[in-house]
Write a protein that binds this ligand. Structure first.
Ligand code: T3D
Length: 267
């Protein structure tokens, strides 16, 4: 497994945890953290054996967005270079990963930090979590996928308000708006997140990867094309060892085992 300076990796039971580790600045994204996150999602997250990815963060905050002190460290960068060189590949790697990505969020997720959390497929929040679409506070516009994800999750009017007023959204409000799957006590976040990810990792990995694609495309396509897209994916899923195991387990009245037991098992 690769080793990084600002990202910690842990892999267990098919779950890869990618942990941002600049707690002293609330995991603000300097060029090194952006590069390491991008590499971890493009490389480590795609390794065989990884069934679920957990994005987490060290310290009291999830991520304060772009490191506002790092502009010089990036040399003569433009916004376009920063976004196209780092943020876009990272967000695309998360959304295109054929595995579930879960974010565990405590404290603030601001600016591009909020974008990162929204690019995960599901979000577990600690009670301390706060989303702040901080871009407008410093005269910027939403980026790193926020303008794409936020209206899809909460609807256009609410997204407008969040992006324009940049007020903090607390964990309970986030849940009622559809930004959070679960909310738990701060001290339970790590164990809840791992338990949630392990449940996903016990599932049919191939089918869950296709499910992610189906739901993403379902938002984009007209009905007829969405139905055809589903049918194509079902042809694939229906030819898998997972389907054989799922139906066999149903007939034998037992829980299916989707984790590969050996090279020939479902996986
Ligand atoms: O490439 C590009 O530039 C384009 C991409 C842009 C995308 C974006 O993300 S734009 C939005 C950037 N982020 C922000 O504007 C948020 C800035 N931070 C804050 O407003 C506040 O820090 C928070 C609301 C997030 C948290 O407030 P609080 O009171 O809980 O903590 P704090 O004391 O402000 O921060 C703790 C430390 O983290 C502090 O360091 P210090 O003074 O103790 O040495 C603070 O400076 C540092 N920190 C927080 N956010 C950032 C940061 N350092 C660098 N960059 C930050 N974004």
């Amino acid at each position: 497994m690769a080793t990084y300076e600002t990202v910690l990796l842990r892999e267990e039971d098919g779950v890869l945890e990618i942990r941002m580790n600049r707690p002293e600045v609330l995991n603000a994204l300097d060029v090194r953290l952006k590069r390491e996150l991008r590499e971890a999602f493009q490389g480590e997250a795609r390794r065989e054996g990884v069934r679920v990815v957990l994005l987490s963060a060290a310290g009291r905050g999830f991520c304060a967005g772009q490191d506002l002190r790092d502009a010089e460290a990036e040399g003569r960068r433009t916004f376009g270079e920063s976004l196209r060189g780092y943020y876009h590949p990272l967000i695309e790697a998360m959304l295109n990963l054929p595995r579930p990505v879960v974010a565990a969020v405590q404290g603030v997720a601001a600016g591009a930090g909020m974008s990162l959390a929204l690019a995960a497929d599901m979000r577990l929040l600690a009670a301390s979590a706060q989303f702040v679409a901080a871009f407008s506070r410093i005269g910027l516009v939403p980026d790193s996928g926020l303008s794409y994800m936020l209206p899809r999750l909460v609807g256009l009017g609410r997204a407008m308000e969040m992006a324009m007023l940049a007020e903090p959204i607390d964990a309970e409000s986030a849940r009622s708006l559809g930004l959070a799957n679960r909310v738990c006590a701060d001290e339970d976040l790590a164990s809840e997140a791992w338990a949630f990810c392990r449940r996903l990792a016990d599932g049919p990995a191939h089918a869950l990867g296709l499910t992610k694609k189906a739901l993403q495309r379902g938002l984009e396509l007209p009905l007829h094309e969405a139905l055809e897209y589903e049918a194509g994916l079902q042809e694939l899923a229906g030819r898998s060892a997972e389907y054989v195991e799922g139906v066999r387990a149903f007939r034998e009245k037992r829980k299916p085992t989707y984790r590969p037991r050996d090279a020939n098992g479902p996986g």
